[in-house]
Design a protein around this ligand. Structure first.
Ligand SMILES: *Cc1c(COP(=O)(O)O)cnc(C)c1O
Length: 947
């Protein structure tokens, strides 16, 4: 028995005895022998990782407390797109801190995701209604990258031949910086300036971005400017603030084509920069060009309204280098929180919060003006800028009083108010050398200081969900009802290949909502974030040790963004050596779809390399493509172990050949769960990798985000890591996220995981993950063909079972198996990736043997049902497989005409009788939802009442 304090034994599902039983099943003597049969010796690096020894849960919590104590957040009036907010406790505890919400996977299986899909539909409705545009996506990564997505969307939709995209200069500097990073590789001419840049002589534009309110606080009527952009054939993007939109005329009503922004101030903590949900809304006509995911309404087989991700065929896996964007993991958990915040307060409550913030700033403005100070703008919402002062002196005086103001430039200071900003008006005035006793003259107090055309007159959020959840009982029960519709890790294993749905331990999660971590503004002075920055520095060093790289940046806030950042580093490196012609990026056909999409964003030409029949990179084809590309080879992107779950023997050889051709090797590290403690990509030949901390390092999936996608690089690429968002133009590479450390607020989770596991625990976890995958493969192999194995017949940390022959013989599809698993209480494995007609299973190290067996038993029982179809007992169209999942309503119908018994449908295994999950809807019609795109709650209510 392990020591009770030993966390690794709680994280790793199979204990020693279970592992022995699993090994016996495989006919292998020891875990070490299995590893020898699985990993090529050429990549092994078995010396123990130089990481601190494992600590107990109590010790880790104490260490986090100590770091929290080193953080000293002041009251932040910095603004710049980040506002103080009060997370309603009912949402904090029952969503943000509730595993039913945070351990869910992305809702690709809509039948078991109706709860979070409804929450996302609420979010889309909030964004659509507040911005005044008809469709909104289900979140993007941050405001700055949302602006970049809007820019490329405008380019796709505009008929203007111009390569110019104009950004009004009064836009958040971090947004301008990220736009710059994203524009240059794809040949967009980013122009930062005033309205004169829209004059016909200036050269036209395919789009322009204005801010409402602006970065320094102005509420500008952009109608005329938007009209000018339209005359140039461009699209107008407005970066806006959802709370401001409750009081001011929203972008859609001004004529904007696209609105973007951050929903952070709708109840999501600052977290030193993230994670927060960004949004993007547009006109219905542009729905098919929207980046990211979109929740839509469809119907199930019985005509019940049912939610699903719409237009899934646009996803990167299908479109690859033609994808609209590389966004995969987004910010679902935070989007859900923002939508629920709006439901909790309702339109009147939101307006009251907005009015209070505007009122405080208005009062300050009046007093400052009465004292003779100069305000930059006449009309504002929650932010003002004072000109003509000694900015350093004012900011320093404010700091002494525990307040952060924004230093706009040498002579200007910004003041921004949020929902949770305490009444520090007297201190703010004092920082300017004024006394609070100075009374503003009535002329200076402008209770009505929004210009007439800029006051919102239209109604918003009239849907019932924004009116019936204002008491805590109703909200609590709504949250429970939604969560109960879904299957998350708190109920069942989620055997998703490539996604590593492992344990998200409570101790890892606990500290993220502590105010010392949660209340830090990303642009606060360094003395406030000593603890968090220590945590980040340690995490970066530990990740460097684990991966064998020399430097790590945690800035990218998803794997896709890490890919982009890593490829930018490669591009900048080649350019720094005068190799501008190196623009070819070789990508195997089996790669994750984001790889190709990211390569295009980084300005590369994608050349596809074939995969051999064993699922490995076809080395002959690689040689041919390398030769054909000559000195244009920039990089190869390989996933290791491969997306087929196999450790390719030739990986070191592949790296060497690419290096010989002058290229760089990018290893997609999403499968690092198979390598930690056993092999290090930075040591076996790769130059750069992204890791997915929301896969290997225990950040929960959140129903589709947040994520963190740091990159590790070898020393020669270190100068080209992502730059500081406020670092100016002369950095070798610009920032890829709005905040320097991206989603800093959740880095505590991987820090805690590594601290708890220690070097031996991490290695044991990897070994257990490989053992579990091989055990599942072995148990299922008698019933389904296992598609790829390595040189010695072993799989890596995941396995692919091949249904193609079964489908051909029986008509039973991967969909049927996936949906039937729901009746057995399971989330489906990954469907048809990387090979169509197959299921990819990744059990992870965290699943106990009993759960692995429960899953294998379910799969084997399903195989038995397929045999009954093959035997002619059931026609496939009338089998429990095709009718799956079965709802309680279907099973309790007064009339039952199916050829199988109700109990066979509901309780195919005896164990299900005690704990039965009923899907709330039966199988959902995807095509119908895409044909009739409905993406806001309004329509859901209409549909529901029709029934
Ligand atoms: C998950 C995954 C990605 C993308 O990561 P996101 O965080 O979803 O953007 C890329 N490559 C592979 C192999 C993956 O499994």
């Amino acid at each position: 028995m392990n020591h009770p304090d030993e966390f690794a034994a709680r994280h790793i599902g199979p204990d020693r005895a279970a592992q022995q039983a699993m090994l016996a099943r495989l006919g292998v003597d020891s875990v070490e022998a299995l590893l020898d049969e699985t990993l090529p010796s050429a990549i092994r690096s078995d010396d123990s990782l130089a990481l601190p020894a494992a600590r107990s849960e109590a010790e880790v919590v104490a260490a986090l407390r100590a770091m929290a104590a080193e953080n000293r957040p002041r009251t932040s009036l910095i603004g710049m797109g980040y506002a103080t907010t009060h997370t309603p406790p009912v949402i904090q505890r029952n969503v943000l801190e509730n595993p039913a919400w945070y351990t869910a996977y992305t809702p690709y299986q809509p039948e078991i995701s109706q709860g979070r899909l409804e929450a996302l539909l609420n979010f889309q409705t909030v964004v659509s209604e507040l911005t005044g545009l008809e469709v909104a996506n289900a979140s993007l990564l941050d405001e700055a990258t949302a602006a970049a997505e809007a820019m490329t969307m405008a380019r796709r939709l505009s008929k203007s031949p111009s390569a110019r995209f104009v950004v009004h200069h009064d836009t958040h500097p971090q947004t301008i910086a990220v736009l710059g990073t994203r524009a240059e590789p794809v040949g967009i001419d980013l122009v930062v300036g005033g309205l004169d840049e829209l004059s016909p002589e200036a050269g036209g534009c395919f789009g322009a971005l204005f801010s409402l309110p602006t970065s320094t606080g102005a509420v500008v009527d952009w109608r005329q400017a938007i009209e000018t952009v339209h005359q140039l054939g461009g699209l107008a993007v407005v970066a806006t603030d959802l709370l401001a939109c409750t009081l001011i005329t929203p972008p859609g009503e001004l004529g904007a084509d696209i609105a973007i922004g951050s929903a952070q101030r709708f109840g999501v903590p600052l977290g030193f920069g993230g994670p927060h949900a960004a949004f993007l809304s547009a006109h219905t006509a542009a729905a098919r060009a929207l980046p990211g995911r979109l929740v839509g309404v469809s119907v199930d087989t019985e005509g019940r309204p049912a939610l699903r991700l719409a237009l899934q065929t646009r996803e990167q896996h299908i479109r690859r280098e033609k994808a609209t964007s590389n966004i995969c993991t987004a910010q679902v958990l935070l989007a859900n929180m923002a939508g629920l915040y709006a439901a909790w307060h309702g339109p009147a409550g939101l307006r009251a919060i907005a009015t209070r913030a505007a009122g405080a700033v208005n009062d300050l403005a009046g007093r400052l003006a009465a004292a003779g100070l100069t305000l930059r703008h006449d009309a504002a919402f929650d932010t003002i800028t004072v000109d003509g002062v000694d900015a350093d002196a004012v900011v320093a005086a404010a700091r002494d009083r525990g307040i952060d103001l924004r230093r706009v430039d040498d002579t200007s200071v910004g003041i921004s108010w949020g929902e949770a900003t305490p009444d520090v008006r007297a201190d703010v005035l004092a920082a300017f050398g004024l006394s609070a006793a100075v009374d503003p003259s009535p002329a200076d107090l402008r209770p009505d200081w929004l210009p007439d055309g800029m006051k919102r007159t239209s109604e918003f959020l009239t849907q019932s969900v924004f009116h019936r959840l204002h008491t805590e009982h109703e909200m609590l029960r709504y949250l429970r009802r939604l969560a109960d519709r879904d299957l998350a890790l708190d109920r069942t294993m989620i055997p998703l290949g490539s996604c590593t749905m492992k344990l998200n331990a409570t101790t890892e999660m606990m500290s993220i909502t502590w105010p010392e971590f949660a209340d830090l503004h990303p642009f606060a002075p360094d003395d406030e974030s000593v603890g968090t920055r220590r945590l980040i520095a340690e995490l970066e060093a530990w990740l460097a040790e684990i991966t064998g790289y020399d430097a790590v940046s945690v800035q990218p806030n998803a794997g896709s963004q890490g890919e982009f950042a890593g490829l930018l580093a490669i591009r900048a490196y080649h350019r720094s050596r005068g190799d501008e012609q190196r623009t070819v990026c070789l990508i195997p056909s089996s790669a994750h779809g984001t790889n190709a999409a990211s390569a295009v964003m980084a300005g590369f030409d994608v050349v596809v390399v074939a995969t051999d029949p064993d699922g490995n990179v076809d080395v002959d084809d690689l040689d041919a493509k390398l030769a054909a590309s000559g000195d244009c080879v920039a990089a190869v992107m390989i996933t290791y172990p491969s997306t087929h779950g196999v450790f390719e023997e030739q990986i070191t050889e592949i790296c060497a050949r690419v290096h010989d051709a002058g290229g760089q090797v990018y290893i997609d590290g999403a499968n690092l769960n198979a390598l930690v403690g056993l092999a290090r990509p930075g040591r076996f030949g790769a130059d750069v990798s992204h890791l997915n901390l929301h896969k290997t390092f225990c950040i929960p999936h959140g129903g589709g985000g947040p994520g963190v996608g740091p990159i590790g690089v070898r020393a020669h690429l270190a100068p080209f890591l992502p730059g500081d968002p406020l670092g100016g133009d002369d950095q070798p590479v610009g920032p890829v996220s709005a905040a320097r450390f991206g989603s800093a607020g959740i880095l505590n989770i991987p820090w805690a995981y590594i601290a708890l596991m220690g070097p031996q625990g991490l290695r044991d976890a990897t070994a257990a993950a490989i053992l579990s995958a091989n055990y599942v493969a072995a148990r299922l192999a008698d019933h389904f063909p296992v598609l790829y194995t390595g040189a010695k017949g072993r799989v890596g940390h995941e396995c692919i079972i091949d249904l193609r022959a079964i489908t051909k013989a029986s008509g039973v599809t991967v969909d049927d198996v996936a949906k039937r698993l729901i009746d057995y209480g399971f989330h489906a494995p990954t469907m048809s990736f990387p090979v169509a007609g197959t299921l990819m299973i990744e059990p992870t190290e965290s699943e106990p043997l009993a759960e692995l067996d429960r899953f294998c038993d379910a799969m084997i029982a399903i195989r038995g049902e397929i045999d009954r179809v093959l035997d002619g007992d059931w026609a496939v169209a009338d089998s429990p497989l095709r009718h799956a999942p079965h709802t309680a309503e279907d099973l309790l119908a007064d009339e039952w005409t199916r050829p199988y018994r109700r109990s066979e449908a509901a309780y195919p295994l005896p164990s299900l009788r005690a704990d039965k999950y009923f899907a709330p809807v039966s199988r959902i019609d995807g095509a119908s939802g895409d044909r009739n795109l409905i993406c806001t709650c309004d329509s859901l209510e209409a549909l529901a009442t029709l029934r």
